[in-house]
Design a protein around this ligand. Structure first.
Ligand code: BES
Ligand code: MN
Ligand code: MN
Length: 460
């Protein structure tokens, strides 16, 4: 376990306090806890020394906004993060309650990790910025202006943030956006995330007979909606792991061999990947590496499926309806609205006559690729190099932060993704955790970004 000095102990205690607030944005029963977390974050930003701090109510959950303006002629960094968390279920798979943080060591985190929902995604990560800012303000070393925007709806699609950003482009004006809400690859060979996938999230309902039926009296005479749904889902991918929706790959950017070699600078160790998940084999699109499959290639996954009898024991029944939630991860230049439309058309087209299908879109988001030939990326590169003693590699990740491409479109600002999480941190899963070493390394690296970003030789 890591020895902490008094300042680190304080930084950890504050994070623990934030992690105790169950700010689950998806569940309306937790609306007050989400509001409580917003207030807590606003207080922390005020304490950090921000001049101006406000909680902006929305039709959903509030946005926390704060500023520290040093001088109007200096560059401005806009920090974004989210204080909302994913629902913690299934609760019985947690070793300790999700909102009662505990610190434990693991083989990957010999210095200790903090276990709680939101520890890595994203409370532990955005709070590093609050603490780094506090240190820079206290020591008079903040070299530029900082605006901080922490939202409470990232995990449910950032619906109201978009309106807020569109209505406040002057207030949010910045030179670069800085986000810690992604991974670092590994602490020994750090990586800066340079890409995020887009997303289309669909829901389908297959309806057969007008009521549930006795599976003996009717079985074999009607299309069973659950059987049909499973068959339709199976048809969405072929034996090579390619998605069969017509037109799905039309806009996908293909890479040259040279570019693909560059991507493999920090390859995934397939053996370690399998072992960590207790699986005998990896599956995916033929002809691509594990890293490529989860970064530059689009994918399709069922996230949930339900229908019929799922209670105790056995009930002989043909359900009238079957449902599934299906997500597609998208890559440049796929447009999520168009992909949702293609999915809908195809899913309706492959339905057999004996059922009706209904397809709806939940939400979506564009993919994003950060350019690396700019001063801000170079500053992040130098910051990691200085704090880790090793030059970071550029790595595209598989997750999505749909607000990032929106920032670029509305604010005209590039985003730098300075993430410190590990793949094994179990974000969105039971026993989510965040390494203490990662947390403190983040607090150390962020001020170095500011130092290099504001250095006089502001050239690419
Ligand atoms: N922080 C994640 C995204 C992420 C994690 C990107 C790790 C890259 C590496 C974010 O909170 C998230 O979970 N995003 C959602 C999308 C959102 C619209 C619900 C996702 O990727 O599923
Ligand atoms: Mn996140
Ligand atoms: Mn998340």
């Amino acid at each position: 376990m890591m020895q902490l000095n008094a300042q680190q102990q304080q930084q950890l205690d504050e994070l623990i306090a934030l992690l105790r607030i169950p700010s689950i944005s998806a569940d309306s029963n937790y609306k007050e806890s989400v509001a409580e977390a917003a207030q807590w974050v606003a207080d922390a930003l005020t304490k950090a020394g921000c001049d101006h701090c406000e909680i902006i109510p929305t039709a959903g959950h509030p946005i926390v906004y704060a500023e520290k303006i040093i001088a109007p002629n200096l560059p401005t960094v806009l920090v974004y993060g989210h204080y909302d968390v994913q629902p913690p279920d299934p609760l019985d798979l947690w070793d300790s309650p999700p909102f009662e943080p505990v610190i434990k060591t693991t083989p990957i985190h010999p210095d200790g990790a903090i276990f709680a929902r939101g520890a890595c995604d994203d409370k532990g990560q955005f709070f590093m910025h609050v603490k780094a800012l506090e240190q820079m303000i206290a020591s008079n070393s903040l070299p530029c202006n900082v605006k901080v925007m922490i939202e409470g709806e990232e995990e449910v699609g950032s619906d109201h943030l978009e309106d807020f950003v569109r209505a406040n482009t002057e207030k949010l004006k910045a030179d670069v956006i800085l986000i810690s809400d992604t991974g670092i690859g590994s602490m020994e060979a750090p990586a800066i995330t340079t890409g995020l996938r887009g997303l289309s999230y669909m829901e389908v309902t297959v309806t057969g007979p007008n009521r549930d039926l006795h599976s003996g009296l009717y079985g074999g005479t009607v299309a069973n909606p659950i059987n049909v749904l499973c068959k339709m889902i199976a048809e969405l991918q072929d034996d090579n792991g390619k998605i069969t929706i017509p037109g799905f790959y039309d806009e996908v950017v293909t890479y040259t061999l040279e570019e693909r070699k560059a991507i493999e600078q920090a390859p995934i160790d397939d053996e370690a990947f399998k072992n960590a998940l207790d699986i005998a084999a990896l599956e995916g699109e033929k002809g691509f590496s594990t890293l490529e499959r989860k970064s530059i290639r689009p994918t399709l996954d069922v996230n949930g499926i339900w229908g019929g009898y799922t209670g105790e024991g056995a009930k002989t029944v043909i359900a009238s309806k079957a449902h599934a939630k299906i997500s597609m991860r998208l890559v440049p230049n796929q447009q999520w609205e168009a992909m949702s439309q293609l999915f809908k058309q195809h899913f309706e087209a492959i339905a057999p006559k004996g059922v009706r299908v209904e397809v709806t879109t939940h939400h979506g988001g564009k993919p994003y690729v950060t350019p690396i030939d700019n001063h801000a990326y170079q500053a992040a590169h130098k910051a990691y190099e200085e704090s880790f003693g090793k030059a970071p590699v550029a790595l595209r990740d598989g997750g999505s932060i749909p607000i990032v491409p929106m920032f670029e479109e509305v604010l005209g600002c590039k985003t730098i993704l300075m993430g410190f999480g590990l793949n094994s941190d179990a974000i969105h899963s039971p026993n989510e955790h965040y390494g203490l070493a990662n947390y403190f390394k983040g607090i150390e690296t962020i001020p170095l970004f500011y130092k290099h970003y504001c250095a006089l030789d502001k050239k690419v």
